[in-house]
Design a protein around this ligand. Structure first.
Ligand SMILES: Cc1cc2nc3c(=O)[nH]c(=O)nc-3n(C[C@H](O)[C@H](O)[C@H](O)COP(=O)(O)O)c2cc1C
Length: 200
């Protein structure tokens, strides 16, 4: 991306560039390049962060899937704004996105849920994500219960689905020598992306 940063500054659609940067990282990363840190906050602004997997990036935003009843889900319901940060050592790129969050449609969540391996679908029912549980045996017993309940198809729980972060701010960061990194910062103003270069 050396020299490419100047081209980045003129991007009409930095979100498309994020998808390209993810694809470029995925081509060379030994691990899942879609891993992304997700920051949420409570109503009174106390932050929390954890990794999720970005499952879709398109013109509408970045989609990840989780339990709506989890800690992150509860925080997103009371304060529907979030931030994401990707980093790939292999390409020396960091991407940051910030904006409001919306639930994806039930149809989209159904389609993604149906594409998951059976074990993951069972797990979505069995695990009350973020709740305190007594021990591992509790979880394993729940898995057995759910397996017995759904011998064939496993439907999507109502409490599980996708969120889409709709970016209002995007930063594309490229590692450069002597910590003189390139930073292109985009902000959506009146439906258009305005770009500024930030000091590293
Ligand atoms: C690499 C990685 C990917 C993960 N992907 C997801 C994910 O896509 N969805 C999810 O709900 N949890 C995912 N997790 C687990 C979360 O980090 C977290 O433990 C869980 O969602 C509960 O978070 P919460 O209590 O803050 O809601 C992932 C963890 C790691 C380490």
């Amino acid at each position: 991306m050396l020299g490419a940063m100047d081209a980045m500054m003129n991007l009409v659609d930095p979100l498309a560039a994020v998808a390209e940067l993810l694809a470029a990282a995925a081509a060379v990363c030994p691990h899942d390049a879609s891993r992304v840190a997700l920051a949420t906050a409570t109503r009174d602004g106390r932050p929390s962060v954890r990794y999720v997997l970005a499952k879709e990036i398109d013109a509408r935003g970045v989609v990840f899937y989780t339990s709506y009843a989890s800690r992150k889900g509860r925080e997103l319901e009371e304060n529907p704004f979030a931030a994401l940060a990707f980093h790939w050592w292999e390409t020396g790129v960091q991407v940051r996105l910030e904006g409001p969050i919306e639930r994806v449609s039930a149809e989209e969540s159904d389609a993604y849920f149906a594409s998951r391996p059976r074990g993951s679908r069972i797990g979505a029912w069995a695990s009350p994500q973020s709740a305190v549980i007594p021990d591992r045996a509790f979880l394993e017993a729940r898995v057995r219960e759910v397996e017995a309940r759904y011998e064939g198809d496993v439907p999507r729980p109502d409490t599980w689905g996708g969120y889409r972060l709709v970016p209002e701010r995007i930063e594309l960061w490229q590692d450069r020598v002597s910590r003189l990194h390139d930073r292109a910062f985009f902000e959506r103003v009146d439906g258009r992306w305005r770009c500024e270069r930030l000091a590293p």
